[in-house]
Design a protein around this ligand. Structure first.
Ligand code: ADP
Ligand code: ZN
Length: 543
């Protein structure tokens, strides 16, 4: 799903669902192979080297409170204690209680870690010093360390105070992990050492509390996590449905909503969205409403905003030639038909061949009706087949394939690999983890494989390929049994560009299952006697 730049994830915090959250918003984009450049370097001003450029929010300007933070109640509850400490220090010192010096907020980007830190300062009405770990890393030796010193000096002077370090991982990467000439960075190490020294140097009850945030706890230097340093970790996770509703309510206070806006429905349709995504959703919807000179934001604005966040802006200017359009239309209908027959899949909301965003020439939008926390093996098989449905349709209709399926293939392969190496769902290899589950919160990163013998590595590859091949066969099988529907829907899509809602679903309701598909979903195995020949190339069309 090409919208990865926004907030797609491969790393699931939801236990088993370590694959794309947005599978639930299964969105299959036909894309050209646009190369996307990484971010360029940042241009940092050279002024003020050595001065801590922590922004200081003095009392009164930090007007964020816990009321502004929603959907992460456990984290909030844990942090109330800190507020209480900042407000009633003597109570704690009389008791001899030691308040933690360092609290590490761990969780995916945009879940409200910075907001929480600000809210603590706002609630306790204490100054807030914040700086980002990457800002510490300067090109000039010695500067990072002196910044740390300055930061703590100022904080101590104004205690009680909160010091917040964002992206702690930029600063506190494990020294063991960095090593080597690629990442070895003296500067970072000195800065880290200074931070450790500062943390050890101040007495527990000086009233300075250090908060830090990271989405990569696994790379942190263990020295940072020792008692007396960041010895308390609080997980700030993506919100569940009721959490999303609460966050939407907080942000909806700022806009005028029409009567028809159902925040509950929006919360249901946005699994995987973090707080920042939801804030963005509200804002996008308001912008859309303003553009149309509405006086209030209506539900349709929200629906369009969700789509826009997932797929990018409509690109009416990207004109496809006739063959391309036909290819895209059949490809998308292929996803939709296969998807509509698979178990546990989300409702297919829309198929479109209006180009959107970066490289998407068409897409199939599936929206979930509820949060899912577990997936059963047949559902995973079904998702892989659905992903390959686009490619299969191209094969059946044209006898040739296009580059448009690259993203689908990537995702299907990732999922098949997880099926085998992480979920232990392959009969042949059994429930052994071949992947190290490490990246908890970072998206789009694959986990390193465990050390396995070459023999096992080969077996894994063979299994992954078998899973993909079988799913591909099933997609071909299903579509060739629904050939007429495929052609008819693609034709309608070419005429109208967009098919959606009940009308689309009633059409898809005409698709029928096949015996092979049912058997494969149940067992993961094909009845090998009637495999479809590889249908592209000389064999030509099957449909
Ligand atoms: P993080 O530090 O975890 O990356 P931020 O705290 O910077 O995320 O979140 C960015 C913005 O997203 C916030 O300023 C806020 O508007 C919104 N937001 C994120 N999480 C929440 C939440 N739990 N409740 C309300 N708003 C949130
Ligand atoms: Zn596709």
């Amino acid at each position: 799903m090409e919208f990865s730049a926004a907030s797609t994830s491969n790393g699931g915090v939801w236990g088993f669902l370590k694959f794309t959250f947005f599978f639930f918003l299964l969105l299959n984009l036909v894309g050209f192979l646009f190369s996307r450049n990484g971010q360029g370097g940042t241009n940092k001003s050279l002024f003020g080297i050595g001065q801590s450029n922590a922004r200081i929010y003095s009392e009164g300007t930090m007007d964020v409170t816990f009321d502004d933070v929603a959907g992460i109640d456990e984290a909030k509850t844990e942090l109330y204690e800190i507020v209480d400490f900042l407000q009633h220090q003597t109570k704690y010192s009389l008791l001899g209680a030691k308040i933690p010096k360092g609290v590490l907020l761990v969780g995916p980007p945009g879940t409200g870690k910075t907001l929480l830190a600000k809210a603590i300062a706002g609630e306790a009405k204490v100054p807030f010093f914040s700086i980002s770990g990457s800002e510490f890393i300067e090109m000039f030796v010695g500067v990072g360390a002196s910044r740390v010193r300055n930061l703590f000096d100022s904080a101590k002077k104004q205690a009680p105070a909160i010091v917040f370090i964002d992206e702690l991982d930029a600063l506190g990467k494990s020294r063991a992990a960095v090593g080597g000439f690629m990442g070895g960075n003296d500067e970072r190490e000195q800065t880290l050492n200074q931070l450790l020294a500062e943390m050890d140097g101040f007495e527990p009850n000086t009233g300075v509390i250090l908060l830090a945030a990271t989405n990569r706890p696994e790379v942190l230097d263990p020295a940072l996590l020792r008692p007396g340093r960041f010895d308390r970790q609080i997980v700030v996770d993506r919100p569940d449905k009721s959490g999303r509703l609460a966050i939407l309510q907080v942000h909806a206070r700022k806009v005028s909503l029409a009567r028809d806006v159902d925040l509950d429905k929006l919360a249901a349709r946005t699994p995987g969205f973090a707080g920042a995504d939801l804030a963005n959703l509200i804002n996008e919807a308001a912008l859309l409403a303003a553009r149309q000179n509405h006086t209030v934001v209506v539900m349709a604005d929200f629906n369009e905003a969700i789509e826009r966040i997932l797929t990018g802006l409509e690109k009416k200017s990207r004109v496809l030639n006739e063959l391309e359009k036909k290819t895209v239309a059949h490809h998308e209908v292929g996803h939709a038909i296969v998807g509509s027959l698979m178990p546990g899949t989300d409702r297919i909301e829309k198929i479109s061949i209006v180009p959107r965003g970066v490289g998407a020439l068409g897409y199939t939008l599936q929206l979930p009706e509820e949060d899912r926390f577990l997936m059963i093996e047949d559902e995973i098989r079904g998702r892989i087949a659905t992903l390959l449905g686009g490619r299969a349709a191209e094969e059946l209709i044209f006898g040739k394939v296009s580059t448009g399926a690259s993203d689908d293939i990537q995702k299907a392969t990732d999922l098949a690999e997880r099926y085998v190496t992480l979920y232990g769902m392959s009969d042949r290899l059994g429930p052994i983890a071949f992947e190290k589950a490490q990246q908890q919160f970072l998206e789009g990163m694959t986990n390193p494989r465990r050390q396995v013998s070459p023999h096992i590595a080969e077996a894994i590859d063979r299994e992954v390929k078998a899973v993909i091949d079988n799913a591909h066969q099933i997609a071909l099988d299903v579509l060739s049994h629904n050939c007429e529907l495929l052609k008819k829907l693609a034709q309608t899509l070419l005429e109208r560009e967009i098919l959606e809602g009940e009308q689309l679903r009633s059409q898809l309701g005409l698709a029928h299952k096949t015996a092979d598909m049912e058997q494969w979903l149940q067992t993961g195995k094909l009845s090998h006697n009637k495999l479809l020949a590889s249908s592209h190339g000389s064999n030509g069309r099957l449909c």
